[in-house]
Design a protein around this ligand. Structure first.
Ligand SMILES: [Zn+2]
Length: 101
């Protein structure tokens, strides 16, 4: 049995980088440079890569996106300006949701 099959993936490493995007192919409008935070997660023991779930694949200067294999997360970031989200949602684990119904 391989190390990956027996590993519990209890210790993850994060690889983070910053990219400054000036434009994307096809951009019709000139915009201010946008800073992107780029993240990857890997198990420190067996080197298994982790996928980021729930986000579309691609690249956007305005919303988080993942690479085509889901293993790279690209998040546009900006200095915090004091603005709060207008709404927030919280999803319970699916097993608990069934217990409450
Ligand atoms: Zn592992």
């Amino acid at each position: 049995m391989s190390e990956t099959a027996t590993c519990k993936h209890e210790r993850l490493e994060i690889l983070a980088g910053i990219t400054v995007c000036v434009s994307l192919p096809g951009d019709a409008v000139q915009h201010e440079p946008i800073t992107m935070a780029d993240l990857k997660l890997t198990c420190a023991e067996c080197r298994t890569r982790f996928q980021f779930n729930g986000l579309p694949a691609g690249l956007s200067l305005y919303e988080p996106r993942v690479s085509i294999d889901g293993c790279e997360l690209h998040i546009p970031v900006q200095p915090y300006d004091g603005t709060l989200a207008r709404r927030a949602t919280f999803e319970m684990p699916r097993d608990r949701t069934r217990e409450q119904n």
